[in-house]
Design a protein around this ligand. Structure first.
Ligand code: WTA
Length: 655
């Protein structure tokens, strides 16, 4: 390693006991994949997955980029996550430790989770849901949520979880796009001591039109929020499962059968339904949980993500359960009842592997520095052995703090780069092998052919930034965009690269000496706010849909110390440009409007009003100038092509 970089080597004793116990083991796996790509993945698919009918063919590239993996094999994801562990003697092992917002703890064993899953699965069947149907799940973090996903998998229904923070409008869009037959929801979700309605939002979504496919709404009772139940459509989950058998024969599906759809933002248009397979996805979920987190039988694993995001799918619902692990499912927020919540939970539950997002770490640093009582040093975190980071770049200062204060200087941090589309980790350290450098996600996971290329698809040398691509298909990759195969091709296998490489949408650079990857951020119009992906176009559409006020809007991101990026909107109103208190009032109306259209996570942090937007003579909005203004930078770019240069001064004024 080069001398000028701070390197953290694996602790030799811990490394020796790890599944991948050193760089030699890592390199041997990379070599194996290089020498016999299909042999490598085929071997792992046999080792990690139990197949009903074994596959005979690993990869089918005949309809590239619509790749198929293990296509003649059949399996069931819920069988692999539940029954199989019971058959291995883990039936009485705790599968999930659920901690509610208020601190109440409920544990379920593998046997209990299987029984619950089967009852829901049988209940779904009784409500008319069958293989191939889609089920939207709009529920907060809960054992019921995980079991509902597993139940869909058990009967071959494709789930589409919608994050509980999305609005009725966003929920409606997803329901319409999936053509779902049923929705599983709850009366409410509990966050920070408050009960927030969910069922009422479902009701509203269903009145917005386009949701005729929905026949049933299954409602879990979480709190005591009053709900209206529509006759013939709405049923309580308790009644659905009552009297149902705790056994349910799994539906054996083909490896390519869609396990789930998960909507994510792109640079244009509406969110896209990323379609994942059963076999390839489950393999990578299990494999990355095993190698990246080095999960072992006595670990307590805690991924703090919500099941509404891909991280919650892969590292809560599928990966840890496929390995027979014990995991925490947490309902609340990191700052309730105080900002020591995470540290207390690690202490009380003896968490050994902890996986969270840089935004959470950064906000907890601030709180800890202001108050010793919520500082990690006030808790016993000695159970921890591995830390993880996901969703956005982790800045070296946050990395160092996480390493020192949470990990006591002894726990490796796996900075895992991946995406909704990739299904699981793509570039990440392996804790017993990879020397760590803060701010770098280090090296590709074995078998993943990540590379950095220029606009023509040619490799760039180390030390030179470029476009991140993956050169070969991998088992857990996105299969298509639901209902829009053309958009799938255009977004991920564009002609610029002769349709050959998977385009991640991120920029990256490899260190000149070590070859380590650092992700430099999205190269498209996608923002990353607190680790949540947001398309600038979506937010712009939401703003201009406030037709009585807004004439035009442009949205850009700017760096933010806590949330990574912050949303900045530049708005031209239909009436004259407001200033002072009036500007504040209108900004609030617009923020609330965006919250209603998309969800609170999409509310712009800054809203600036102008008489116009900076445009070229051909009418194109010059976003790079808006980015500079949003950052508060002096404009150094050439503005000679601007139609209306005076607008820059106006927009730069703080209003
Ligand atoms: C970003 C979340 C830097 C990246 C799993 C990617 C990261 C987008 C990292 C995907 C990381 C994710 N370092 N950037 N370790 N992990 N990203 O689909 O821009 O919600 O394209 O998946 O998050 O976000 P998504």
């Amino acid at each position: 390693m080069s001398d000028d970089l701070k390197v953290y080597n694996p602790n030799p004793a811990a490394a020796a006991a790890a599944h991948i116990n050193g760089m030699a083991a890592y390199e041997a796996l990379c070599k194996e994949a290089e020498t016999d790509y299909e042999g490598f993945w085929g071997r792992l698919a046999k080792e990690l997955i139990t197949w009903k009918k074994p596959f005979t063919k690993v990869l089918n590239e005949s309809e590239a980029p619509f790749f198929k993996w293990f296509e003649d094999g059949t399996l069931n994801a819920s069988y692999n996550c539940l029954d199989r562990n019971i058959e291995r003697g883990l039936g009485d092992k705790t599968a999930i430790i659920f901690e509610a917002d208020g601190g109440e703890v409920t544990k379920v064993t593998y046997k209990e989770l299987l029984a619950k899953t089967c009852q829901i699965a049988n209940g779904l069947k009784a409500q008319g849901v069958k293989k191939g149907d889609r089920v939207v799940i709009y529920i907060a973090m809960s054992i019921d949520g995980v079991a509902a996903m597993q139940a869909c998998a058990r009967i071959g229904a494709t789930h589409s979880v919608v994050f509980g923070g999305f609005s009725a409008q966003s929920l409606r869009d997803r329901i319409e796009d999936t053509g779902a037959k049923a929705i599983i929801t709850a009366d409410c979700q509990v966050r920070g001591g408050k009960q927030l309605p969910l069922k009422a939002i479902v009701d509203e979504a269903l009145t917005l039109g386009g949701c005729d496919s929905i026949q049933k709404v299954l409602v879990v009772k979480r709190g005591d929020v009053a709900v209206t139940m529509k006759d013939g459509r709405d049923v309580w989950m308790a009644d659905v499962v009552s009297g149902q058998s705790t056994e349910c024969e799994p539906e054996w599906v083909e490896a390519e059968h869609p396990l789930f759809l998960l909507y994510t933002s792109g640079s244009t248009g509406k969110p896209k339904g990323v379609q994942h397979s059963t076999g390839g996805y489950l393999l990578h979920a299990a494999l990355t949980t095993k190698w990246t987190f080095d999960l072992k039988q006595d670990d307590v694993f805690w991924c703090t993500a919500d099941i509404g995001w891909v991280t919650g799918h892969t590292y809560i619902t599928y990966g840890p359960l496929a390995l027979g692990g014990t995991e925490i499912v947490f309902e609340g927020v990191p700052t309730y009842p105080d900002a020591g919540r995470f540290w207390k939970m690690i202490q009380d539950n003896k968490v050994s592997i902890f996986y969270t997002a840089p935004t959470a770490i950064r906000s907890l640093i601030k709180a800890a520095e202001a108050n010793d009582a919520v500082h990690p040093k006030s808790f016993n975190l000695s159970s921890l052995r591995i830390l993880g980071s996901v969703g956005e770049p982790i800045n070296p200062a946050a990395w160092e703090w996480y390493h020192q204060h949470v990990g006591g200087g002894r726990c490796p941090i796996v900075d895992t780069f991946w995406q909704t589309e990739t299904g699981g980790h793509m570039i990440t350290p392996l804790p017993g092998a990879t020397p760590l450098i803060p701010g770098s996600c280090t090296l590709p996971f074995p078998g993943i052919q990540a590379a950095i290329v220029d606009e023509t698809g040619k490799d760039v040398p180390w030390g030179q930034g470029g476009i991140l691509v993956v050169k070969r298909p991998w088992p857990s990759m996105i299969r298509t965009i639901w209902g829009d195969p053309e958009r799938f091709k255009k977004s991920y296998y564009p002609e610029d690269f002769k349709g050959k490489y998977y385009l991640a949408g991120d920029g990256a650079i490899r260190d000149e000496k070590t070859g380590y990857f650092t992700i430099t951020g999205r190269i498209d119009d996608v923002l990353n706010v607190s680790g949540h992906r947001m398309g600038t176009m979506e937010i712009e559409s939401a703003l201009v849909s406030c037709t009585e006020l807004v004439a035009e809007a442009a949205v850009v991101g700017r760096p933010d110390d806590t949330t990574g990026e912050a949303i900045c909107a530049f708005v031209v109103l239909k009436r004259s440009r407001p200033t002072g208190d009036e500007a504040k009032q209108i900004a609030k109306i617009l923020r609330d409007h965006v919250g209603k259209e998309i969800g609170p996570i999409a509310k712009p942090k800054d809203i600036r009003f102008g008489d116009n937007l900076p445009k070229t003579r051909s009418g194109k909005i010059m976003r790079r100038l808006l980015r500079s203004i949003a950052k508060g930078e002096a404009i150094t770019q050439d503005t000679s092509t601007l139609e209306n240069p005076a607008i820059l001064d106006q927009l730069s004024e703080n209003n």
